[in-house]
Design a protein around this ligand. Sequence first.
Ligand SMILES: NC(=O)c1ccc[n+]([C@@H]2O[C@H](COP(=O)([O-])OP(=O)(O)OC[C@H]3O[C@@H](n4cnc5c(N)ncnc54)[C@H](O)[C@@H]3O)[C@@H](O)[C@H]2O)c1
Length: 325
Amino acid sequence: MQKTILVTGGAGYIGSHCAKLLSKKRFRVVVYDSLVRGYRDAVKYGEFFQGDIGDRASLDALFTSYPIDAVMHFAAFIAVGESVEKPDLYLTNNYEKTLVLLDAMAAHGVGKFIFSSTSALYGDPQYVPIDENHPLNPVNPYSRSKAQVEQTLREREASQGLQSVVFRYFNAAGADSEGELGERHDPETHLAPLVIRAALGAGKPLSIFGTDYDTPDGTCVRDYIHVNDLCSAHILGLEHLFAGRPSDVFNLGNGNGFSVKEIVATVEKITGKKVPCKYEARRAGDVSRLIANAEKAKRVLGWKTDYPDIRDIIGSALAFQKGRS
Ligand SMILES: NC(=O)c1ccc[n+]([C@@H]2O[C@H](COP(=O)([O-])OP(=O)(O)OC[C@H]3O[C@@H](n4cnc5c(N)ncnc54)[C@H](O)[C@@H]3O)[C@@H](O)[C@H]2O)c1
């Protein structure tokens, strides 16, 4: 029988791409989003129900209206810098409101949950590539809010039997290959769209924070994973839960690191345009290298990446940005 999946935050970047893949895989999709940071026109797949995850009455109406089999929870605030300035906002929106969602699920007998966590949980890594056994060291309110949800999921499994799959994403990037969806954060804080906009003359010159890190060219190194590869992992995570397999935690990344300067060079090569750059001091909280060991997701879920090449990731993001300008 067709399963119904609730996608919170489905008007945002990753959630909208997942809603599309779920629909293609013939799941019934219900998107739940307050539009606080999302876009109604990004909900191109599934039914839309506008509401806040902290609004219990709205959630009760939702769970009464739809026979939800599992929840994919993307809704959150995502900017580390903002979380440092407004820690309570992140505690409330990302943690406390998730508790309201989990309570509503429990009240309506929904026991399967997929959660968007982050590699930021690992803090400044003791080793790379980082596997799931690496100690957690959430150093800002954003990553702490994710760690708190992870802890709650473990507790609710013990107390209520909630089954969950936690995905710790490295840097999500890229866009839908059909050009329908893409990354639209406002303000944008993620590197790929910022570099692309700078190249197209549609944004400010790119600020590069720190050129003296312990990396080959001195700029920070990150692991970029195509948004569609994140989505395919979510489908496998769902199948894992529907098959009755145990709750688990998985890193999602490519296992390759690219420096800020390498991303700039990639964008320059693809666009044929020079990226105007400003070199600035290191930003507090930025770590030198974050690279995933995602072998567990491959081994346990059978996941594989379809877009391992950084040029394809950047190329898809560029096509989306060009389509908007
Ligand atoms: N983008 C990345 O690189 C990245 C990396 C690691 C983890 N994540 C996690 O993935 C998830 C999705 O990230 P994204 O980049 O798609 O973010 P996004 O900002 O594009 O989307 C988040 C969506 O959640 C909605 N939302 C926020 N608070 C809400 C609330 N209280 N009630 C209802 N809707 C609410 C927003 O309106 C928005 O549509 C987040 O949980 C984020 O922490 C993202």
